[in-house]
Write a protein of this length. Structure first.
Lengths: 170, 590
């Protein structure tokens, strides 16, 4: 699940219309751009949706991706976030095998990471963690030895890192 | 005013000043064809929907106005996919209206249903399924706006039957024609940049004046931007020589002393070599297509690049530019002319006397050539046909071509001295383009002589549209170069596949082209020797009441030269065999 070294986050505001996701995804497919993850959701303005794509920029320069996406008529705006300029968050849900001997260790891990227990069964436990993609990777690695029964991650969403005012020392 | 969606669609086309629609009716689009009877818009009834699309393209190429095609759902929509893709690749303004099954039937695999918007998404600038009758006028306004502004291209509007059928209450609507502001507001993501950044224009002017070996590398964008006059002003002020790509033939007159003609895989030696040796390429509305650059990492190795294009995505896409200007070519070139003039104009240009001497040396030593046969010996040389056709037809003749050897010979041997006289399929390379495209061009420019130059392979793909030409009294002329082969494929098999000819032979007399053309209502002639060529062309040029087809039996061994073999650098261009020894000497001496 570790991300490739060269990736960029593309944040698009698109018209909230049928078929717009297909236009964006189809453009990536036919131009041979690789999507690492994808998240789509409505925005504060009901006429617009936000699509967040984490794209592999190994084979295609990111500015070519941005300009091609921007040509889509239904894409109102696109911003490119380099990793150092982005605050990124992602959600992970996992069902983990949790026999009597492992349960306390898993709960301890959850506490360290700030994950929440969503559901408990007799031999399994369902947990949730929101955070940066790297933090989720670490959590997933540490859960694996217990036995992951099912796992889902949402794909990254991101906003630009905020400017610091001159008064705040950097 | 109350009306139904079908009436509103036709009225919207009238409001857009559409004078001709190319199409073919069918189930889902039937309700739109009914109000068409009462409209002043001319409808040209095609014999295959692909013909409608190419006719609309030919119309757009020749007139600069958007071409309009209208067809029904399902197989009709899939039949226009090729022309849509062709128009997309060559940035041709096109509006295509397709019928669709009723809204409630969409997604049920209904009769003649296909996912038209899904299928055409990647071959249109934009497409839209309209679901309410009241939205039809806006959708048509948007389609024409998108097709004709920014980088032009095809736009498809898919219209379900229920919103245009007067028998269905969903078709009832109040007529409303949106304003420009409403159209702009309805497209919040569409803002083409037309003005060039003045700082970049100044930087470009600096490079232009200082370059010692510059070339203006002109693409089809000049024609789309109506920038031919601005280009001429720039070339004449700076004295910089001009190459015109396949899509730009006619954008700068071939008989102008600064014109070097066509570069690329089958360009002439001088145009190819001038680009290769340049220290500055000024790319105006061109896109560094692989057919122009040859092997990319060997292309114009010493050249700095100024690149102007309306589509920002073309800048840096293939070759990194030193100065990249997003903007409309006419506006940017006019700004460039002003910037160069401010620096002193002609007087501010670097000394290019050596460069000019080298160029005229190449022109003298390696002109386009071919070996003419003695009269009566063998078949007619295709290049000779093109030369005679050129010399015996009016200078503003519009020429459409198919794709292959005949296309390259036409581009090479015609002299294009007027913009919008060359209609061809450059990017997609669509065989069968010429006949329908010529019909569309003639429908748009009935005052002009229109010749389609076609090959026998191409002719068999779309010849049925000559029935359309006869029935609609659109008197185009067709020069069919019949060499009994898929000629360009044969050339590659001869040169690169050890003369192993695989599935490339077509036969010279199956079909009998003269009988076929006559059956379609054309005057038809067959020319089998060099001394018959002129009389046939003169006779064809004198006929103006019906289409004419001249079948020229041409030499199948003839190959297109110069040629840059695929994957080779432009520095490895092969010239006509009669010049090869001289070129070897020239290369040895450099």
């Amino acid at each position: 699940m570790a991300r490739p070294v060269s990736y960029h986050t593309l944040v698009m505001l698109v018209e909230n219309k049928p078929g717009v996701l297909a236009r964006v995804a189809g453009l990536f497919a036919r131009r041979g751009f690789n999507i690492h993850s994808l998240a789509v959701a409505p925005t504060e303005n009901p006429a617009l949706s936000r699509i967040t794509v984490v794209a592999d920029t190994e084979s295609t320069p990111v500015d070519q991706m941005v300009k091609q996406v921007d040509k889509l008529i239904n894409v109102v705006r696109i911003d490119e976030l380099a990793p150092e300029d982005a605050v990124e968050q992602e959600l992970l849900m996992a069902t983990v095998r949790a026999g009597a001997g492992d349960r306390s260790q898993i709960l301890e891990l959850c506490q360290i990471f700030g994950a929440r227990v969503l559901n408990t069964g007799s031999t399994e436990i369902m947990v949730r963690l929101a955070g940066s993609p790297g933090k989720l990777d670490d959590f997933e690695d540490l859960l694996r030895p217990f036995g992951i029964v099912a796992i889902q991650r949402t794909g990254t969403v991101a906003l630009p890192r905020l400017e610091r005012s001159a008064a705040t020392p950097r | 005013m109350k009306m139904n969606g079908g009436q509103a669609l036709i009225k919207a086309l009238e409001m857009q000043a559409v004078e001709v629609v190319f199409g073919l009716p069918g189930g889902a689009i039937l309700p739109v064809y009914d109000p068409l009877i009462d409209s002043p818009i001319r409808h040209v009834l095609v014999r295959h929907e692909q013909g409608a699309g190419h006719m609309a393209e030919g119309y757009a190429h020749a007139t600069g106005r958007p071409g309009v095609a209208m067809v029904t759902s399902g197989p009709a929509a899939t039949n226009v996919v090729t022309p849509l893709c062709d128009a997309y690749m060559d940035s041709v303004p096109l509006v295509c209206i397709t019928g669709q099954v009723p809204t409630a039937a969409i997604g049920t695999d209904a009769f003649q249903e296909c996912d038209t918007v899904g299928i055409t998404r990647s071959v249109t600038k934009h497409n839209e399924l309209v679901t309410e009758a009241s939205q039809i006028p806006l959708a048509i306004r948007q389609a024409f706006h998108l097709a004709t502004t920014g980088r032009p291209g095809p736009v498809l509007v898919d219209i379900p039957k229920d919103i245009v059928d007067p028998a269905n209450p969903r078709s009832a609507m109040e007529w409303y024609w949106p304003t420009d502001e409403e159209v702009a507001a309805s497209l919040p993501g569409y803002r083409p940049q037309v003005e060039g950044d003045p700082a970049l224009v100044a930087a470009a002017a600096e490079l232009l004046c200082a370059a010692e070996r510059p070339v203006l590398y002109i693409g089809g964008g000049i024609l789309k931007a109506r920038a031919a006059e601005a280009l001429r002003a720039l070339a004449e002020m700076t004295g910089i020589p001009v190459v015109t790509t396949l899509m730009a033939r006619g954008a700068f007159p071939d008989d102008h002393p600064l014109c070097l003609g066509m570069p690329g895989m089958h360009g002439n030696y001088t145009a190819i070599t001038a680009m290769q040796e340049a220290d500055l390429l000024v790319a105006l509305g061109s896109r560094f297509d692989d057919r122009v650059t040859g092997k990319l990492d060997g292309f114009a190795p010493d050249a700095r690049i100024v690149h102007v294009d309306i589509d920002p995505a073309e800048l840096h896409k293939v070759r990194r530019a030193d100065v990249a200007i997003a903007g409309d070519c006419r506006i940017v070139i006019e700004a460039l002319v002003a910037a160069v003039a401010a620096k002193g104009g002609s007087a501010a240009q670097a000394d290019r006397s050596t460069w000019k001497q080298r160029i005229s040396g190449w022109q003298e030593r390696f002109p386009l050539t071919y070996e003419q046969l003695d009269p009566g010996e063998g078949h007619v040389k295709p290049q000779f046909v093109l030369e005679r056709l050129r010399d015996l037809s009016p200078s503003d003749t519009i020429v459409a071509s198919g794709v292959g050897q005949h296309q390259m010979w036409t581009s090479q041997f015609w002299r294009f001295n007027h913009p919008y006289t060359w209609v061809n399929s450059g990017g997609l390379g669509t065989m069968g383009f010429s006949i329908p495209a010529a019909i569309g061009a003639k429908a748009g420019r009935p005052d002009r002589t229109v010749w389609a130059v076609d090959g026998d392979g191409c002719f068999q793909m779309t010849a049925q549209e000559l029935v359309t030409a006869s029935a609609e009294r659109i008197p185009i002329k067709v020069a069919l170069l019949n060499n009994a082969y898929l000629g360009m494929v044969r050339q590659w098999q001869e040169m690169f596949y050890e003369e192993r000819y695989s599935e490339v032979y077509l036969s010279p007399d199956l079909p009998d082209y003269v009988k076929w053309a006559e059956a379609m209502g054309c005057v038809a002639m067959r020319v089998e020797s060099t001394d018959e060529v002129d009389a046939a062309i003169e006779k064809a040029n004198a006929i103006n009441d019906r289409p004419v087809v001249i079948e020229f039996r041409t030499d199948s061994r003839e190959k297109v030269f110069p040629m840059v073999p695929a994957g080779k650098s432009n520095s490895d261009v092969m010239v006509d065999p009669t010049q090869a020894a001289d070129l070897d000497r020239a290369r040895g001496g450099r």
